[in-house]
Each structure stands twice: as structure tokens, then as C-alpha cells.
Design a protein around this ligand. Structure first.
Ligand code: 4GY
Length: 247
């Protein structure tokens, strides 16, 4: 998979190219990152990429021309990958979008800085806007890295064991419930014992316990996901009895 990113801070992306699961996958050439700095397409000696907002107001606005030239510079290499602007006004990114992106050839992420981006750049070059969530960042880079991380770990060959990705929180293809708690050695920490069932070797009991922990946690933290699972027919009679919905 090829990922392009337009950013004033290309060095930030070493966080995902050089470390962890995404770093290993990058070293194995399972994905590549191509950063383009709009400052390299500025027209003046000061390499200016921002200017004051028309109509007044605080802060600065990213100029359309350096961003437009940056996108033009990757026209041939990107093929038909969509140009995606990271913005809190965009569609909320989720696991389904990560799955779809991981099945695509690639994406071009545009990371804004300052107060905003000249709307004429957005109208001419941006295909979609995606949001990490309902909060305002100082720039799109951290949102882009989060989305790249969520996408790359789903690429074939990135995670070693085949069902690990499928069991994570939000991997709705299994159940759409939150992940159950995890424990490892030692069996006592700070006088707190690992739940006995996990040491029982009874795989059916362990699976049922994990399912019930998922149901409890999801009911507490994300009751909307319980309702959605029920609407999809993903809750068994046993699940409903456990939740107290039935007798
Ligand atoms: N939230 N999700 C987000 C953001 C800030 C463009 C400069 C977000 O994705 N990006 O808060 N981005 C950017 C937006 C102008 C600041």
C-alpha cells in the first residue's frame, strides 16, 4: 500500500515508519510513506505557506497554491487514490473505514496547520474529509498517523497471528462489542489474583467468561453498541439472559 502525506512536518511520521508494528511492516515494504512538504512549493524566499485571513479574525490561513502544487507533484504516482483532508468537520473515522482503506491501493492525506485552509484548495483538490473525533488538534498530522496505524495493521502479513486483529475492540465483523480484559504472569500482582477461570484450561468456560466481560463492559461504557448488536441479531438468548434482558 502506498500512502502519501502532505505536511509541513514530515519528520513527525517517523513515529509510524520507524517504530512498532507499523515500523516493522514499513521495513518489510508492506506499505510505503511519501511525504511532500508544501513549503517546497512556496513562491517566495521566505518559503511562506500561510497568510492572514480575508475578512479578519485570529490566526493564519494555509495558502491554496503551495498545497495545490504539492498535490499536483504526486499526480502520476498516486494513481486514483483519494485526497483526504484531516478535519474535525469530516466524517468520523472508524474501524470500518480502516478496513476499507486497508483493502484499497492507497490514500493521500492532507494535514492542515494554523486556523484553517483556503477553501479554494479544498474545493479543487480534496475528495473527502475525515475526522479523528470531536476535538480540535493543532494540525492534521496526529490524526493522519492514527488512521495510518489503524489501517496498516490490517494489511495482510502485518500481524503475525491471523485472528488477533479480529478479536480487538471494535472489530465489528466478530460481535461489535468491546474487548474483554487481558491478564499475564504473575498470577498474583499487588495481592490481586488473575480470575481463576483463565487458569482452568476449560476453553468453553473461558470463551463464555470473555463474552460476558465484553457484554458487561460494553453495557457500562457503550450501551449504543449493545443496542446495535441486538438490532443486528448478534446477541444470543444466553447473552440476553446474562444482561438481564430476559428472566
Ligand atoms: N479532529 N480530526 C482533526 C483536527 C486540526 C485543519 C488546521 C480532527 O482530524 N483532524 O482537529 N485537525 C486542523 C484542521 C486546519 C487544524
Amino acid at each position: 500500500m502506498r500512502i502519501d502525506v502532505i505536511t509541513l512536518f514530515p519528520e513527525l511520521f517517523t513515529a509510524i515508519t520507524d517504530a512498532g508494528v507499523t515500523g516493522r511492516a514499513h521495513a518489510q515494504a508492506l506499505w510505503s510513506l511519501h511525504a511532500v512538504n508544501p513549503r517546497d512549493f512556496s513562491q517566495d524566499i521566505h518559503r511562506t505557506v500561510d497568510d492572514r485571513p480575508y475578512g479578519g479574525g485570529p490566526g493564519m490561513v494555509m495558502m491554496a497554491e503551495p498545497l495545490g502544487k504539492a498535490v499536483e507533484s504526486i499526480k502520476d504516482a498516486r494513481g486514483d487514490a483519494p485526497v483526504v483532508l484531516l478535519s474535525p468537520i469530516g466524517k468520523q473515522f472508524n474501524q470500518t473505514l480502516a478496513e476499507e482503506t486497508s483493502r484499497s491501493a492507497g490514500v493521500v492525506f492532507v494535514c492542515g496547520r494554523y486556523e484553517g485552509i483556503d477553501q479554494r484548495f479544498i474545493d479543487k483538490y480534496v475528495d473527502e474529509q475525515w475526522s479523528l473525533g470531536d476535538f480540535v488538534l493543532s494540525g492534521g498530522e496526529i490524526a493522519a498517523m492514527a488512521m495510518i496505524d489503524a489501517t496498516v495493521r490490517l494489511l495482510p502479513g502485518v500481524l503475525n497471528h491471523s485472528d488477533s486483529a479480529l478479536q480487538d475492540s471494535f472489530q465489528t465483523s466478530i460481535s461489535g462489542l468491546l474487548d474483554s480484559p487481558h491478564f499475564t504472569r504473575p498470577d498474583v500482582f499487588d495481592n490481586i489474583k488473575v480470575p481463576d477461570v483463565l487458569l482452568s484450561g476449560n476453553h468453553a468456560r473461558i470463551a463464555r467468561w470473555r463474552r460476558e466481560q465484553s457484554l458487561l463492559l460494553t453495557e457500562k461504557n457503550r450501551p449504543d453498541l449493545i443496542r446495535a448488536a441486538r438490532a443486528r441479531g448478534d446477541l444470543s438468548r444466553e447473552d440476553e439472559v446474562f444482561l438481564g434482558t430476559l428472566v
